[in-house]
Design a protein. Structure first.
Lengths: 389, 169
């Protein structure tokens, strides 16, 4: 009898692809022979747009790539610019940034665990994940006035000082979340259905993981103890005490365990950041680059001139190129900025973790079952806005 | 960090003195501009050398310099888990000249190279699947080239099918 493989088109409008991802699957029965991701449905040309904007006006664009981790994207871009401009960021701003990016990590992982579990069939998990996320969005709103596209970080520090009740509001989260994480573990970690759907599924060997450029939780779930926060510390991360969770499972379950532990470690970092929050300015003293405070603009001629010049002309960094990678919730997000000495970036390249991870999908799905493709997509935690930019 | 970069520079200079056209240091970052012919050898050396171990390809992208004779500049960023340092390798190519593919060294390179091909129009020799990746089917041109104009559609206030939106350059 003649047997043929079948080509199945999954997406782009498929609820389990987390956006507009399309995958061409070659199937033999229910076994996947090949998975070919087709991306670009959300391509908005962010890198091209950035070339026509002043350096400080690029920050809001970075939020819009990965709407689950706006603060991490802001931080990566601001750090790259601070490297290029040689600006020293005040300690208070650095610690507040650490605090907020770790909240962002929890935010991103909460949505991940919720939607991923929903894809596999655990509906209630999604409701819990979004319930906790609401608290973090409340913090975003508190500091920036926005719940999702916060754009709170600036080149040189923060947009505004952290509000007085920031400390108490974040501490509420610190007290509440550990027990909530326990709830998730009760629901999933030892749940036989969850274990059957995840253990041994979408495996990728450590060698393949390196060759495919995996970073972040995916790499750590292959047993590599690599985290840019420890390896190349930025923004004072070397002053915080935390562990890097790893797992040798290389499968969906290992990625789940790594991310869950990361959420606990993030709480540890946030607690240290709150306890030791230094006093002082929230933005660097860099005339011509950082906007002067509003009250000075309204009362001093010099501040008014600086304000006017920054808004209308921008500023000109020295010629050169820098790369800054940070550990975003999804992996290494890097900003490569080429300056030609004009107020516009000559080239602003984003090294997006999700884009790279989609490329490894084929390796994870080959030889597995069709239903496991869903688990694989969920486990790599992609945001299509960042894949396509 | 700086020490490991000095070591990289010395070792690479010893081994491939002729293939290196330019070395630059900027903000503690090390960049080599190398000849296209020795690209693959250098990448393999950096990856497999027991001392350097730049085994991870973090990024592969390009920049466009239309005023230069060789307008394409392909940029490779390598990372070492041992010394926790990055090294940047650049090659230049004229329009229409192919750059050798690195997809045989890292799988992810093939994925990045498709993006560079799509957005810059640089072709990679020996790439197994040199197709567009981000832009739509039937798209013409390469958007990240400097001579590709930024355009937008004028907002339309009628719903007439016969009047398509006007594209402004």
């Amino acid at each position: 009898m003649e047997t043929r493989s079948m080509t199945l088109n999954m997406g782009p409008q498929h609820p389990a692809t987390h956006g507009v991802l399309r995958i061409q699957l070659e199937l033999e029965g229910e076994t996947v022979l090949k998975a070919y991701p087709i991306i670009g449905y959300l391509h908005t040309g962010i890198e091209k747009t950035a070339e026509s904007k002043h350096y400080r006006k690029v920050i809001p664009l970075t939020d819009r790539m990965d709407y689950l981790a706006p603060m991490s994207n802001n931080l990566g871009y601001c750090l790259a610019m601070e490297k290029l401009l040689e600006i020293e960021v005040p300690e208070k701003a650095q610690w507040a940034r650490v605090c907020l990016t770790e909240l962002t990590r929890i935010n991103s992982h909460l949505v991940w665990v919720g939607t991923h579990a929903l894809d596999i069939g655990a509906m209630s998990m999604m409701l819990y994940g979004f319930r906790e996320r609401e608290k973090i969005l409340g913090i975003y709103e508190l500091v920036s006035g926005q719940r999702m596209m916060s754009t709170y970080f600036r080149i040189g520090g923060l947009a505004e000082d952290i509000p007085p009740d920031f400390d108490t509001r974040v501490r509420e989260i610190l007290d509440l979340f550990p027990s909530r994480y326990d709830e998730y573990e009760d629901l999933l970690t030892n749940n036989p259905i969850w274990r059957n759907r995840t253990i041994g599924v979408a495996k990728i060997s450590p060698e393949d993981a390196l060759s495919s450029g995996l970073t972040g939780p995916l790499l750590r779930a292959c047993g590599f103890k690599h985290d840019l926060r420890k390896a190349n510390p930025y923004s004072s991360y070397d002053k915080f005490d935390f562990d890097i969770p790893t797992n040798d499972g290389c499968d969906v379950y290992a990625r789940y365990l790594v991310r869950l532990e990361e959420m606990r470690q993030s709480l540890r970092i946030i607690r240290q950041a709150l306890d030791g929050m230094p006093e002082g300015p929230f933005v660097a003293d860099a005339p011509g680059i950082v906007l002067p405070p509003k009250e000075r603009v309204l009362s001093e001629m010099e501040a008014l001139i600086f304000h006017f010049k920054i808004i209308t002309e921008g500023f000109c960094p020295p010629e050169g190129e820098v790369y800054q990678g940070i550990e975003s919730p999804k992996g290494e997000i890097g900003f490569y900025i080429v300056s030609d000495g004009s107020p516009y970036p000559y080239r602003m390249r984003v090294r997006p973790p999700s884009f790279v991870h989609v490329g490894a999908l084929d390796k994870m799905c080959r030889g597995g079952l069709l239903a496991d493709v869903i688990a694989a997509i969920g486990s790599i935690d992609i945001v299509l806005g960042e894949v396509d930019r | 960090m700086i020490e490991s970069l000095e070591r990289t520079e010395a070792r690479l200079g010893d081994k491939f003195g002729g293939g290196i056209l330019e070395v630059s240091h900027f903000r503690d970052e090390l960049t080599f501009l190398i000849a296209k012919e020795s690209l693959i050898d250098i990448l393999i050396f950096l990856k497999e050398d027991a001392e350097l171990k730049y085994i991870f390809l973090t990024d592969l992208t390009a920049t466009d310099w239309p005023d230069r004779e060789e307008r394409h500049e392909v940029v490779y960023l390598l990372y070492s888990f041992e010394s926790h340092s990055y090294v940047r390798i650049k090659v230049r190519a004229k329009e229409g000249v192919k750059v050798p593919t690195a997809s045989g060294i890292w799988d992810v390179a093939g994925w990045f190279e498709r993006e560079v091909y799509d957005l810059f129009g640089v072709e990679f020799e020996g790439h197994p699947d040199m197709t567009r990746i981000l832009t739509a089917d039937g798209f013409e041109g390469h958007p990240l080239r400097k001579d590709f104009p930024l355009t937008y559609e004028k907002p339309q206030f009628s719903h007439s099918v016969d009047e398509p939106p006007e594209v402004v350059k």
